[in-house]
Design a binder for this molecule. Structure first.
Ligand code: 4AD
Ligand code: MG
Length: 431
């Protein structure tokens, strides 16, 4: 019995008989020959059915194969320079598992709305597969980066009693008799775990009820967040730089094929080397105004402003020391300029905008208590968080990277909607 072979391993089976299970991407008949492009999720292969070499019934049944029908074929692998992956299959047997109805997504242009409505089927296209395999590689690289540096993985909760990134973007839900919110970030919990383990990271889904309909916003996105005890702002800037360099390198090294499918200009990724340019918020404002932005000192950057700034560099740009007034309650103030926060955002090049946000946290009890008051956050709900400032409090810092924005940038996509299998967007909860 020939063994079942994954198409990613087909080169190891040249001139051997194998069995392949997959779906028909294309079917073409030409006299006594039929040509099938089979995909199995791991790769693609052209299979050739010759009437002379096969059971007549099977050959005839195969002639009715439709796009996305599922099949099992047995045949001999043959190297062929002209074939797309370098190999073809001479089929001896074919078993039709399911004859597919007419597939809604044809090899032609479809509108985005139509494709999103058929997301469950759109995932079968080679482009979507390339993107999601790169996502997988990026997720793995994130884990490897922190694991190799002895960070401990901490899974922070999804149901939370309080806000992390502002009360306006919370998804509220019922938790028996209580109100609960879906987490916006694992950071606050990781400040507790960092005091227990030193270096930690969390990696999970986060939720924001942001009424933003942009190419960068999802309601549900995945975030990887390191948190480090005894670290200060410059330490996490360096960590973020090393981190981004590593994941881009990993994708370049392991996902050449997928980058080719996406026609990604890899020279843009090869340019991502240390050190990254750094700019203060104040310098950024000057630069934006020079570029014709109407932004005023004290304003938060709009998506347009981030695009302008990140278009100016070949590498990610680190912007630091934003006004505390436009940042979250937990940010440490710059002792030299107390109205500024010891925080940073990393803006991806090519106009992709913010992919990382982070900085140093307030570690003094009194300062934090007064911040909570200023932000009208209940001291009761944050009692545990204040406790961290009572028992061996140390300076600490961290950041969060949104996976979807990183994938959009590395893949060179116009929109984050293609970076996750089933995106949750302002007007989309289906499929
Ligand atoms: O800048 P943010 O809000 O920072 C935090 O949540 C911190 N608590 C992280 C930390 O220091 N541990 O979000 C971090 C990143 C952004 O830079 C962006 O990449 C991503 O999360 N992000 C989103 N991605 C997709 N859709 C959205 N609506 C996003 N909001 C933030
Ligand atoms: Mg941010």
């Amino acid at each position: 019995m020939p063994s079942i072979v994954s198409l990613s391993k087909i080169a190891e089976f040249n001139e051997q008989e194998v069995k392949i299970r997959g779906w028909v991407r294309r079917h073409r008949s030409k006299g006594k020959l039929q040509f099938l492009t089979i995909r199995d999720g791991a790769g693609e292969l052209q299979a050739i059915l010759s009437k002379a070499d096969m059971d007549e019934e099977q050959f005839k049944a195969a002639s009715h194969l439709t796009q996305e029908s599922s099949i099992e074929v047995t045949g001999t692998v043959r190297a062929d320079e002209r074939a797309p992956g370098g190999y073809e299959l001479d089929v001896s047997h074919i078993r039709i598992i399911h004859l597919a109805e007419e597939f809604p997504i044809q090899p032609k242009e479809h509108g985005t709305g139509f494709l999103m409505d058929h997301r469950h089927l759109w995932l079968r296209s080679s482009r979507q597969q390339a993107i999601l395999k790169i996502r997988h590689e990026i997720v793995k690289a994130c884990r490897d980066f922190f694991d190799d540096r002895d960070f401990v993985l901490m899974d922070t909760p999804i149901f939370t009693p309080n806000a992390c990134e502002g009360t306006t973007t919370l998804f509220q839900t019922q938790y028996f008799e209580e109100k609960a919110f879906l987490t916006q970030s694992g950071q606050l919990y990781n400040e507790a775990t960092a005091a227990a383990f030193g270096k930690v990271y969390c990696f999970g889904p986060t939720f924001r009820a942001e009424k933003s309909k942009t190419r960068r916003h999802l309601m549900e996105f995945w975030m990887v967040e390191p948190e480090v005890a005894f670290a200060e702002l410059p330490d996490v800037m360096e960590l973020a730089e090393d981190f981004l360099v590593m994941i881009v390198q990993r994708v370049l090294e392991k996902r050449q094929e997928e980058l080719k499918v996406l026609e990604r200009d890899v020279s843009k990724l090869e340019a991502v080397t240390p050190p990254f340019p750094r700019l203060t918020y104040r310098e950024s404002i000057e630069r934006l105004q020079k570029n014709g932005s109407a932004i005023q000192g004290g304003d938060d950057f709009g998506a347009e402003d981030e695009t302008i700034l990140s278009n100016e560099h070949q590498k990610p740009l680190i912007v630091h020391r934003y006004p505390s007034a436009i940042k979250a309650f937990y940010m440490e103030a710059d002792p030299e300029q107390p109205d500024l926060a010891l925080c940073m955002d990393v803006l991806a090049p090519e106009g992709y905008g913010e992919i990382i946000g982070g900085g140093q946290r307030v570690h003094d009890y009194e300062k934090l208590a007064s911040r909570l008051k200023e932000h009208q956050l209940s001291e009761d709900a944050f009692k545990w968080y204040l406790d961290l400032r009572r028992y061996g409090s140390v300076p600490h810092a961290g950041f969060g990277m949104g996976i979807e924005r990183a994938v959009a940038w590395i893949c060179g996509l116009d929109h984050v909607r293609e970076t996750i299998p089933f995106p949750r967007m302002l007007n989309r909860l289906y499929p």
